[in-house]
Write a protein that binds this ligand. Sequence first.
Ligand SMILES: [Zn+2]
Length: 318
Amino acid sequence: MPRAIFRLFVAAFLSSLLALAWRSAAGPAAGGLTEIVPGVWFYQGDLGRDGFCNNVIIEMADQLIVVDANFPAGARAVLEQARRVSSKPVKIVFDTHHHGDHAYGNAVWTRMGAVTVAFQPVGEEMKRVEPGRWSDAAKTRSDLAGLGVDGPELPKRLLSGNRERLSDGKREVQFLFFGWAHTRGDGFVYLPKDKVLATGDAVVNGPYNFTGDGSITNWPRVIQKAQKLDVRHVLPGHGPPGGPEMMARQAQFFVELRAAVAKAIAAGRKLEDLVPAAAGGKPAQPAIQLSPEVQTYVSPTGLAAQVKDAYREITGNR
Ligand SMILES: [Zn+2]
């Protein structure tokens, strides 16, 4: 997609998110933790109110590992929650991908001594889109300005392979890369003994799929690789936690979305036919039918953007 349109799209998406997130400056989210298995806690960020992603806190013998840096205000909120369950220091923070709600808090964590880690493409994507997105977000988020820097901090350690293992003898943590889904750098965090999988935004639980940096074609393939793991608890990047059925449903959503758009393209339909312009303040209702099983992923505005991205991806215009 042309750069200008892409930037417009990102700006529209972010401003709709951030318009809802203005309250973040007022203080940390009253999120609270859910203990998934002993020593593994899930923090469900309030995307609509604060713009926050979800986080996972993993207790090891002498340290805590946190999944995703969140926004700076989110990082502080998660840290406050972590302090309530453990006095161990946070030493590793893993960015599942480069988006602001998952990575803009990096500096908060490194300033307190943690090492931020991500797969190599996260660094590349950050260099590609920043500091433009940061500047846009800083217009509405005071927690970015509060850091006193002009852009996001890159993860300090970039993993070049597709699997990194870490163990304290009792608990094993794996950082896994399966390819391009939500972004080019999507990382998963897998605890094989606990059968816990943190997915970042490669799997979400609700109408939260932002496809602007995604590969709609490859996304289900990435999830299929993750489905081969032995998993009982799926901890998504947004929305409540669940089980393996979440992965199947999310993959099905993108398979159906792509198939419906490809069919329309084959029938000669134009993008304007599928996604009419918004009128009278009402969001466009895309002319795409998806099955009842995947409706949890559908919101009118989200679907309009996803149909546009799918259309452009299939026709090679992005
Ligand atoms: Zn994301």
